[in-house]
Design a protein around this ligand. Structure first.
Ligand SMILES: [Zn+2]
Length: 260
């Protein structure tokens, strides 16, 4: 930081710092107790700038216009009383903030138990494009997933499950896809955690993309991941990719290989 910046910082106080001081003091003048909007509030230095006081939040206090101008540049004589009052206010504010945080946290939990799971279910139903409705036990399953995986991870896994397991939009396919979601979440998470190198899988997918007029990218990588996790040899994966004539044949051969 340059000297000019430091000099400026000393003179002007950022909006953020002012807001923090006002919030801490509940928008109340700490000298006379009047509050906004009855009075115009300022941020006052407890130890004046001319006597070496800085813009540290602990040296700042909310003051109304009248108290601020009356105080001028003199040092507070009864700073101990002010400090004590400030400490009490800080404690009250802390309590209030914690209460707010607790309320927010409870609402999140409530949402976690109901709303969010329902939203995920609705998303899944929409993606399936059939008449499937996630029932109570399905919702309970989603709530279980939510204890282990993030909202985003679950939605991503749903996209993937739909791509891979839904072909003719039947209810059976949809419920099968639904049952695959937690496994896909777990696989993805594990990959992220262990940083598994998937370059060889992407290479094989590249073969498919070059050879077939149609290739579902996301489904391809998911099938390759599944095969890889089942321990199918990389060379075998390559051979299947090279020997298959089209996307459908490749998928069938891969599923057969995985069943063996
Ligand atoms: Zn005042």
């Amino acid at each position: 930081m340059s000297n000019t910046n430091q000099a400026n910082k000393r003179k002007s106080m950022s909006k953020k710092v002012r807001f923090e001081v006002f919030k801490r003091d509940s928008f109340i003048c700490q000298y006379c107790g009047q509050s906004a909007p009855d009075v115009v509030l300022h941020v006052d230095h407890i130890n004046p700038v001319s006597k070496g006081g800085g813009n540290d939040i602990m040296n700042l206090v909310t003051s109304c216009q009248a108290c601020n101008s009356g105080k001028s540049d003199r040092l507070l004589t009864d700073s101990a009383a002010i400090d004590k009052q400030k400490a009490q206010l800080d404690e009250l504010n802390e309590k209030r903030q914690q209460l707010e945080m607790m309320i927010e946290w409870r609402e999140t939990l409530k949402d976690f138990d109901g709303g969010a799971a329902q939203r995920i279910a609705t998303y899944f139903e929409g993606q399936c494009d059939c008449d499937i409705t996630i029932n109570e036990s399905g919702l309970k399953n989603i709530q279980k997933w939510m204890k282990k995986f993030s909202y985003a991870e679950i939605l991503e896994a749903i996209d993937c499950a739909v791509d891979v397991y839904i072909k003719s939009y039947t209810m059976d396919e949809a419920s099968n896809a639904f049952s695959k979601v937690p496994r896909i979440c777990a696989t993805r998470k594990k990959e992220k955690e262990t940083g598994v190198n998937e370059r060889h899988l992407y290479y094989i997918r590249g073969i498919l993309k070059n050879r077939f007029s149609y290739c579902n990218d996301r489904a391809a990588i998911e099938i390759l991941r599944e095969a890889d996790s089942l321990g199918i040899d990389e060379q075998d994966l390559k051979d299947i990719a090279i020997e298959s004539r089209n996307w459908t044949e490749w998928q069938m051969t891969m599923h057969q290989a995985m069943e063996e």
